[in-house]
Ligand binder design. Structure first.
Ligand SMILES: NC(=O)c1ccc[n+]([C@@H]2O[C@H](COP(=O)([O-])OP(=O)(O)OC[C@H]3O[C@@H](n4cnc5c(N)ncnc54)[C@H](O)[C@@H]3O)[C@@H](O)[C@H]2O)c1
Length: 304
């Protein structure tokens, strides 16, 4: 086993159970000192217990590693700042942040209470924003940082009953896209991981036979690659049961339709061509849409 995180400090949120626990153990096994954060909440985010984080710290220490427990909520900006200060005071730096804490409050959109929509956004999106905001200046100052957002196939592709969760998870992809650009000159790399694992979060969503095959530990290799010294940036990996894939936000070649009065009818007639994935690209930033559209329009206009 490599020791590639030796001397590094990692914070893993929601690391008292499920995927976060597997990630914390994997980082510690490769030499990282790990701050194990977990509120100890129920699956819907209610309640708290100090036991979850402490138990994972005990596991790491028993295996010869170094870890600290933190029971703050990622929704609480003051608690998040205290968590980062705790890691910095103990170990002097923060190299890796794995934003993993999460909750579910599923309901079809028609039946969903707005409070449940807001709460899920608050934990997944603002929780990751808080933790990333708190480590960002340290990572800028040390000119090194690795930040991982935990997204989901429910956000990337949709899932019935998870409009709140899907919206929050896709928002994290948007957060990654810009933070990767802003972090580049400080060697801060930002990536997303869409896991699939048997945890209490999927206990009643996936069939029993499949749950047996989906150990959280089988997702952690993707996490290690995405926060390691040689990590890519702006990469979305999917991982489950030993399989790994990439998800891309693409732009098709599309078509120049023009702006005259019949543009809606012409667009409708050419919609299949506009949506055709042949020749699609993965833009390096949002400005690539303009770089694609403006010259084509100018060429058409110049040609009469
Ligand atoms: N299990 C999957 O198949 C799957 C699929 C896609 C995405 N995810 C994502 O992976 C992450 C981990 O999920 P899991 O399946 O291990 O679920 P889990 O419920 O086992 O773990 C989530 C942990 O987050 C903690 N937590 C909840 N709210 C918190 C808060 N405000 N502050 C700090 N900690 C908090 C919980 O106490 C819990 O220990 C989540 O972001 C989840 O959305 C999981």
């Amino acid at each position: 086993m490599s020791n590639e995180f030796k001397g590094q400090v990692a914070i893993v949120t929601g690391a008292g159970a499920g995927l976060g626990r597997a990630h914390a153990l994997a980082l510690a096994a490769r030499g990282a000192r790990v701050l194990v954060n977990d509120l100890g909440a129920a699956r819907d985010g209610t309640g708290d217990s100090t036991g979850a984080a402490a138990a994972v710290v005990a596991e790491i220490v028993a295996a010869g590693g170094e870890a600290l427990a933190n029971t703050g909520s990622v929704t609480d900006w003051d608690a998040v700042q205290a968590m980062v200060a705790q890691a910095q005071q103990a170990w002097g730096r923060v190299d890796v942040l794995v934003n993993n804490a999460g909750v579910l409050r599923d309901a079809s959109f028609a039946k969903m209470a707005l409070d449940d929509f807001r709460f899920v956004m608050e934990v997944h999106l603002m929780g990751a924003v808080h933790c990333t905001k708190a480590v960002w200046p340290l990572m800028q100052a040390q000119k090194y940082g690795r930040v991982l957002m935990t997204t989901s196939s429910s956000g990337l592709y949709g899932n019935f009953g998870q409009s709140n969760y899907g919206a929050a998870k896709m928002a994290l992809v948007g957060l990654m896209q810009t933070l990767a650009l802003e972090g580049a000159k400080y060697d801060i790399r930002v990536n997303c991981l869409a896991p699939l694992a048997a945890t209490r979060m999927t206990a009643d969503v996936l069939p029993e036979a499949l749950l047996q095959a989906l150990r959280p530990e089988s997702v952690s290799p993707a996490m290690l690659v995405l926060v390691g010294p040689d990590a890519p940036t702006r990469t979305i990996l999917c991982a489950g049961a030993g399989s790994f894939e990439a998800a891309h936000i693409t732009l098709t070649q599309g078509a120049w339709i023009g702006t005259d009065a019949l543009a809606p009818e012409q667009l409708a007639a050419q919609l299949a061509q506009v949506c055709d994935p042949a020749g699609q690209m993965v833009p390096g930033s949002g400005s690539q849409q303009a770089e694609h559209e403006v010259p084509r329009a100018l060429a058409r206009l110049a040609g009469g």
